[in-house]
Design a binder for this molecule. Structure first.
Ligand code: ZN
Length: 241
């Protein structure tokens, strides 16, 4: 089986269209989407429709639940809050209900999928510090887990009780180790690299790649400004922050 795994599109249609074009050449058997389809960007409806057209295995992100009205967005920062309120005004009831029905954690083919953290996933805490990640590993019952949320692609590895991480774009799975892969963000990368990010997992080879794709950042940023959303949200796309 070959999987294409993507996350955190955040209503960035230009970034999503660019990765969709690359997906064709990947010839994946299955697509996996790790949530945050909406929030921050200017094309929530079209992004939901295009995600659904891939028929992926999906889990919920915090912005999905906030847009569906089932997660309190009062704790979001002011520009994220404003973007969620705007997103709610754009989405149909049907799309909100669709987002609200997404599950927090799923298991397919011996792989665990979660947006944020396996430890109390409903709190949407980050898995970034070695403490958070090692706590996450205590809840991991499969050799492999894919996550999103931080918008920073990284491999976390637990091998015979020893924890390590790697920001290389490639990981070979080895026996007796468990791996948590953050696939980065399609629509709002935050690792000082503005290129859209996604992952490919070839189960037969036991190999995972992180791929980075150019897209029309200026067009996506212009739409965010036109929608009246915060300048922070349009500017950060240019720097990948
Ligand atoms: Zn996100």
């Amino acid at each position: 089986m070959k999987y294409v795994i993507f996350s955190d599109i955040h209503a960035n249609l230009e970034a999503f269209d660019a990765v969709l074009e690359k997906f064709k050449a990947e010839r994946a058997d299955r697509y996996i989407c790790l949530g945050d389809l909406v929030g921050y960007g200017a094309d929530p409806t079209r992004c939901i429709e295009k995600v659904n057209a891939l028929d992926p295995v999906l889990v919920a992100g915090n912005h999905d639940f906030a847009a569906a009205g089932i997660l309190n967005s009062d704790f979001f920062n002011s520009y994220a809050y404003q973007a969620i309120e705007w997103t709610k005004s754009q989405l149909s009831d049907e799309h909100k209900q669709f987002l609200g029905r997404l599950k927090l954690v799923r298991h397919i083919d011996g792989i665990t999928l979660v947006h944020s953290n396996l430890y109390l996933p409903e709190l949407f805490e980050y898995m970034q510090s070695s403490y958070d990640v090692q706590l996450g590993f205590t809840k991991l019952e499969t050799p492999l887990c894919f996550i999103g949320h931080s918008h920073v692609p990284v491999f976390f590895v637990m091998s015979r009780g020893t924890f390590s991480f790697s920001t290389e774009p490639y990981m070979q799975m080895v026996l007796d180790s468990r791996v948590i892969v953050n696939v980065g963000s399609v629509g709002q990368p935050r690792d000082d690299n503005p290129l859209a990010s996604y992952a490919v997992y070839d189960e037969t080879e036991g190999v995972i790649w992180i791929k980075r794709i150019e897209y029309d950042v200026d067009k996506a940023a212009g739409k965010i400004r036109q929608a009246g959303l915060s300048e922070i949200l349009s500017e950060r796309l240019k720097y990948g922050r």
